[in-house]
Design a protein around this ligand. Structure first.
Ligand SMILES: [Ca+2]
Length: 220
């Protein structure tokens, strides 16, 4: 009976979470995913544009200030921006060297950022593919047994959500353990749920501890 009531509460909560999410997104869940993808692509494109701009500026300065040919300018610019730097060519004029000290700093940061965004895009793509694969899988008996965390013979909606999140690699066993420990701390009545009374009690306890610490410091 108790577990039936708890399940009813759980379903009600999950329905509410879904309804709030629906209301907030107003049916834009898919658009949000697309937006996320667009944002990462846009970041990569912008970072690449900055790198190309850095190479372009370098080519211009080397050609007009250092009096190098277009091909040599491009070669030295790419070598410098990509931090390869064979050292077979260098800036000779004072203006060129002053420019290089700032330009190399900016372009190195731009290249580093581009690599960072490229890695981020790759990880994001892998996560999306993983999520799609996990959601497309049907549940086997062994998976059912693994998903039934409290081993009461059935998989509740929250157990299923946790299991799928774990499979997607979005949450680890360690994270779940830490959350469980935090829950147990908040659940002062040890009844398997956090009540308003538990919350008030823990707030009072924190305030009381702070008060004690202030008192002790005053005495010192
Ligand atoms: Ca269960």
């Amino acid at each position: 009976m108790v577990s039936y009531v708890l399940d009813l509460q759980e379903n009600h909560l999950l329905r509410n979470v879904k309804r709030v999410a629906d209301m907030e997104a107003a049916g834009s869940v898919i658009i949000d995913v697309k937006k996320g993808r667009m944002r990462i692509r846009m970041k990569v494109a912008l970072a690449l544009c900055v790198v190309v701009l850095c190479i372009g500026i370098g080519v211009g300065v080397m050609h007009f200030v250092e009096k190098l040919g277009w091909l040599d300018s491009f070669y030295l610019s790419v070598m410098s921006v990509t931090n390869v730097g064979y050292g077979d060519r260098a800036f000779r004029s004072l203006t060129g060297r002053i420019f290089a000290s700032i330009w190399l700093l900016v372009s190195t940061l731009a290249v580093a950022r581009t690599f960072l965004y490229l890695a981020e895009a790759r990880v994001d793509k892998r996560h999306r593919r993983m999520a799609k694969w996990v959601l497309g899988q049907n549940m086997t008996v062994s998976e059912f047994l693994a998903a039934d965390i409290d081993q009461n013979g059935f998989v509740s909606k929250s157990e299923y959500v946790i299991y799928k999140l774990k499979e997607m690699g979005k949450v680890s066993e360690k994270d779940i353990l830490q959350i469980c420990l935090k829950f147990d701390k908040l659940d002062t009545g040890n009844c398997g749920k956090i009540t308003l009374a538990d919350l008030m009690q823990s707030h009072h306890q924190v305030r009381f501890n702070k008060f004690l610490m202030v008192l002790l410091e005053c005495k010192k």
